[in-house]
Every structure is written in C-alpha cells, then in structure tokens.
Design a protein around this ligand. Sequence first.
Ligand code: PMP
Length: 407
Amino acid sequence: SRPMDVNAVRGDFPILRQRVHGKPLAWLDNAATTQKPQSVIDAISHFYENDNSNIHRAAHTLAARATDAYESARQKVQAFIGASSVKEIVFVRGTTEGINLIAKTYGAKFLQPGDEIVLSNLEHHANIVPWQMVAKEKGAHIRVIPVNDRGEIMMEEYQKILGPRTKIVGLTQASNSLGTILPVHEMTQIAKRYGARVLIDGAQSVAHIPVNVQELGADFFVFSGHKIFGPTGIGAVYIKEELHDFVPPWQGGGNMIRNVTFEETSYSEAPAKFEAGTPNIADAVGLGAALDYVNRLGLPNIAAYEHHLLEYGTEQLLRINGLRLIGTAREKVGVLSFVLPSKRTEEIGRHLDQEGIAVRSGHHCSQPSLRRMGVETTVRPSLSIYNTCSEIDRLADAIRRIQRLPS
Ligand code: PMP
C-alpha cells in the first residue's frame, strides 16, 4: 500500500475549495459528518439521471437497473464490514434508526423484568435512549461500564457488571466525544460467556478502523453513511443470520411481506423483512460509491494518516497554556475535545468559525461521557483524510488568539 497523498484527496472534495469569512474552509467537524467526494455526488446524480425507478426488478428495464444498483450497494456494505451474507445487511436511515430497530424488535421481544442492558459510559445518546425506552417498558435495567480519567473502559469493572441477567451489551467502537477506541473484540468475547447479545455502534469507527463483524463476533453492528463520505439518510444494520428468526419485523408495509390477507400476513426473509416501504435507493447507491472510494484509498492508509494527524494535533494543542484536552485514551480516533479556562465553548466555536475553521462545540449528544470528565460541553475538532497539519497549525494559532481576548 502507498501512503496517502492528501493534496490528491483534497482535490476529490469540491466543498473544500470554498472560503468561509474570507478564509479557506478547514473542515474539522468530521465526527458530526464528513464531506463527500465527487465520485459519491456523481453516483447519486447518475442514478437520478439514468436509472431512477422503484425496485421491483421484474417490472421493466429501469426497475431492474435500480434494483441491481440498490442490491450492489448492499453487497458493498457486506464486503466492507466482512458480513458472511448480504441477507445480514439491512438498510436504514442511519445509526440512530438502526439501534432503535434492534431495541424495539429484539429488545422488546426478549427483555424480561429484572434483565440487564449493559452500556458503556461513553455511549452516544443514540445508544442510550432507545434502550432506556425499552427497559422502562419491560422492567429491565441499564448498567453502566465505568471509565477511568483518561476515558478508557475499566475492564475489571466491566467483568463485575456482567452476570446471568445481562441480556444485551451495547458498545460504541469509538467515542464521538472523547475519541476513545473501545476494545470491542475482547469485550464481545467476554459478553458471550454470559450468553448476552452484543450490539456495536460503528458510527465513529467504520471510516477510521478496518472492521470485520465476523472477527468481532458481534450480533448487531450499526453505522451511518454520512460519517464515511456517503450521503445522509442512509446507513446499515448488520444482523447476524442465526438471529434472523428471533428478530421480529419492525415497520409493516410493502416490500416486507410474502402474503397479506385482512386476517394475517406472512413476512419476507431478511433483509426485506426489515425494509418496509420504498427504501432510500439513490443514497444507498451513494453509500456504495463512498465505500468504493474508501477502499481505493485503503483503510490502513487512512488509519495511518489520521494517526499522524492526531499525534501532531495532540502535541500542538497541549502546547497551549491552560488548554485541557478532554479524553486522553491511549487508543483514540482523531477527536480532540478540549476546554479553555474562562472561555465558553460556544464562544470559542464562534471565533473559530470567523477564521474559517469548522468545529462543533456543545455536548456532542454524549452528556454522560462529558460529565464523567467533569465538563458539560467541549470544543471538538475532529479529523479526517483531507485534513492537514497546516490546518491544525491554523487551529492552534486561532485558539491562542481567542485565549488572549478579554473575557
Ligand atoms: N453513535 C455515535 C457514536 C455517533 O457519533 C453518532 C453520530 N454523532 C450516532 C450514534 C448517531 O448517528 P446518526 O445521527 O447518523 O443516526
């Protein structure tokens, strides 16, 4: 494999050519969403310009093309995450919808009063709230795996929390607020000893770490297209094939049935069983193009480049007097949450925007993880393949200027 050519990569992303407030745009909000390469934009346009149809293969030529395009996108997802069959890949709107699907089908069916759902202290609200909703309904309880002051999972505590009542373990593979990479492989193996089902939230990992769901051993794996250079409104849930008969259908309607009478309905097999109604065909095609793009660059190359950026960024930010990095795990993706004494995070975000630097400031939909670190909000620069060390220098210089502003 060859190292990444960041200038060539930047050339693939038309949005990066603009100026914001007269300054070149530095997109450092990748944990919220990533930008789209021309090939993804073109794949979506091509679909609407040439192949648009509903996906009833047999109806006519365009229907066959649209069906092939949609199913080929499914194959790309299957290959990308190492699933053993295309039947295991269900298209959804994104991570949030995927976790709700599992909580409200499998969770609602199998959770009993007194059962336990184990979640880490690092979860996004999307991997907390759906479980809380089903737990309330079923009389089940949420148990939380604590983290240390660096934001790393406390493995001994995790082992102590697991027990015969553990039915589901939900883990993010990488934290969107602190950047921590969780040892999900090891944690899944441990959960299996208790017969628990494991859901991995891959929203912050798939664009940065090679994933193989079979090696992970997870039962469910969820991610969003828009965090891996694909469009919004499309994502996928991997459901291990041996569980297909145990996961009841979710939404009812067209596409998910075999036979319908007013008395009774029999359902299609997965994945159709979980895809009621006309799906988001064009954006699935866009997601397929995004995975092709990532494969062309190579995830190991991406990971190496981003690691280099993360190390450089960490060093530069730590040189700034008084800056406190929030989340200092030894294994991290490119998230550099920080706070400054006596400057509000929203104010810092606003000043950075004036310099053309896009970052998110706030609670990042992960309030429990930030509260564990003793803060309510952070400023969160987050890195991707098109970022450069010179953008990080601009960020550090801008932070120094903000720090000197009267408070
Ligand atoms: N989980 C994690 C770890 C995330 O970072 C996000 C997005 N911020 C989500 C879940 C939710 O993803 P989406 O909004 O695309 O459904």
